[in-house]
Design a protein around this ligand. Structure first.
Ligand SMILES: Nc1ncnc2c1ncn2[C@@H]1O[C@H](COP(=O)(O)OP(=O)(O)OP(=O)(O)O)[C@@H](O)[C@H]1O
Length: 239
């Protein structure tokens, strides 16, 4: 049995009484696309930051491929949390070369890798444009290219489609399915339930900092199921 790509146990990081992450267990297996859904402020980004060591938990543990965060295989991780990691004064191409180096990709392998991801996310037309001049959607594509080009084993993407056009959404979906099929574990948050249902193997619902259930990606009325879970949890909390 292989280790989960991501394993969190008892994660807590509170910001005052109501906000933050308040006790979450989560697994993302190799080959799996696992989606996190929840209302604004539910705790999805906070959870992802905790998983990536960007925030320290008050308590709980995270393992990536069986390693604690102090010894995690960071060069095998790709992530995009909120703002695309793009240096505005550098071109799209230069940003991707830099991201490859930061992920420890040897220089001779970089050119081919960058070419490949430019094609995969249809970014060739923007390779020579400075990131600061790109549209929001193309900056997001660039950030996704930087996160995915080294074919990481652990992929964590926070709302990766929020600025993408429909063509970008399809390209990203295909890119994630390809990587999961090669054994990556993918964790993705989204507000687009239909889109998530198309791509995810597992959908976890988060509300007020804890997991409250799962949605069946092949369900016929996933939106209704989502609101039923959230309302039931809100009522339980209010009681
Ligand atoms: N650094 C912080 N200091 C104080 N409160 C914070 C901090 N970061 C997040 N929070 C609060 O924690 C809660 C969860 O926020 P988080 O950004 O994780 O939610 P989210 O599910 O990603 O929401 P959205 O869908 O709007 O992006 C919110 O109430 C937020 O205001």
């Amino acid at each position: 049995m292989t280790e989960p790509r991501i394993q969190a146990r008892g994660l807590v990081r509170e910001f005052g009484a109501e906000a933050g992450v308040r006790g979450i267990d989560l697994d993302v297996e190799a080959g799996e696309i696992h989606a996190l859904v929840g209302l604004n402020g539910a705790g999805k980004s906070t959870l992802m930051r905790l998983l990536l060591g960007m925030l320290r938990p008050d308590s709980g543990t995270v393992h990536l491929d069986g390693h604690g965060l102090d010894s995690a295989p960071w060069s095998r991780v790709g992530h995009l949390i909120e703002n695309p990691l793009a240096y505005g004064e550098l071109t799209g191409h230069a940003n991707l070369v830099l991201a490859a180096r930061l992920h420890g990709v040897p220089a001779p392998a970089t050119a081919t890798m960058v070419e490949r991801v430019l094609s995969e996310l249809n970014l060739h037309g923007y390779a020579a444009i400075r990131a600061g001049r790109m549209s929001l959607g193309n900056r997001q594509r660039l950030g996704l290219a930087a996160a995915l080009q080294h074919d990481p084993d652990v992929i964590v993407l926070d709302e990766p489609t929020n600025a993408l056009d429909p063509a970008g959404v399809i390209l990203l979906r295909e890119a994630l399915l390809r990587r999961a099929a090669s054994g990556a574990g993918v964790l993705v948050s989204s507000h687009h339930l239909d889109e998530v249902a198309r791509v995810a193997d597992r959908i976890t619902v988060i509300n007020a900092g804890h997991t409250i259930g799962a949605l069946d990606p092949s369900g016929t009325d996933i939106e209704r199921e989502f609101f039923a879970l959230v309302h039931a949890d809100d009522e339980r909390t209010a009681a």
